[in-house]
Design a protein around this ligand. Structure first.
Ligand SMILES: [Zn+2]
Length: 232
């Protein structure tokens, strides 16, 4: 963070223990009450006992986490599956956003069928007060994601992974990525949030991506911080 001039960060938990990243317990152990770090929790859609959900709700009430993420595609469950609804309802109840992992996974393009934006749109319409953040812009099908989710007020996007070389190459090149972000920002300039992606991508590359967009400095500020602060 210091190296890249980042003053505050949000860390997103993985929804399984002992993965390549960290689950919420690990993050809480390291970063609880850290003034520069906020946390987003995660739901394992295959493991939702009443106890687990109560634990998560407690973290929300104590403001230890400021949102939740679902990993449809890691969990092979569709966003429209009833098993996701406890998360939507929990987020709705506490007015916190739900973040959705989308797109292909490296080495597993089949994963994308479990997080198709058309299903996310269904949920956005069904829960009009729920704020949904689409992560990774359903790469490599950026244009499809843009057209499908266009101008839906409660759908947001983070830029995580969009500066990763594999994502750029598979998605039609850097000009395509920039074009999609510029179009999205033109439609709804409150709805794009800066994001990076653990281990795959350098923070600096993501910062450079935003700075390379043909938009005003005021809009860049929005994407780097204001939009996030407003939403969360
Ligand atoms: Zn993700």
């Amino acid at each position: 963070m210091e190296k890249n001039g980042v003053s505050k960060s949000v860390l997103i938990a993985d929804n399984v223990e002992k993965s390549g990243t960290a689950d919420i317990k690990t993050l809480l152990r390291i970063f609880d009450d850290h003034e520069k770090i906020s946390l987003i929790g995660a739901i394992n859609l295959f493991d939702q006992t009443k106890n687990k959900l109560t634990e998560v709700e407690k973290l929300i009430l104590e403001k230890k986490i400021i949102g939740l993420k679902l990993y449809n595609g890691h969990d092979k469950i569709y966003p429209t599956d009833k098993r996701c609804f406890s998360t939507y309802e929990l987020c709705n109840k506490h007015s916190i956003p739900v973040m959705m992992h989308t797109g292909a996974n490296s080495g597993d393009s089949e994963a994308a069928k479990y997080n198709d934006p058309k299903m996310i749109v269904e949920i956005a319409n069904k829960f009009p007060r729920l704020k949904i953040v689409i992560s990774h812009y359903f790469w490599p099908r950026l244009e499809y994601c843009y057209e499908t989710t266009r101008n839906i007020p409660n759908i947001f996007f983070d830029t995580s992974a969009l500066a990763d070389q594999e994502v750029i190459d598979e998605s039609g090149g850097i000009e395509k990525v920039k074009n999609i972000l510029e179009k999205t920002i033109r439609d709804q300039n409150n709805n794009v949030l800066f994001g990076t992606d653990y281990s795959m991508c350098k923070t600096k590359d993501h910062i450079n991506l935003i700075n390379s967009l043909e938009i005003t400095d005021d809009l860049k500020d929005r994407i780097f911080s204001k939009n996030f602060l407003d939403l969360y």
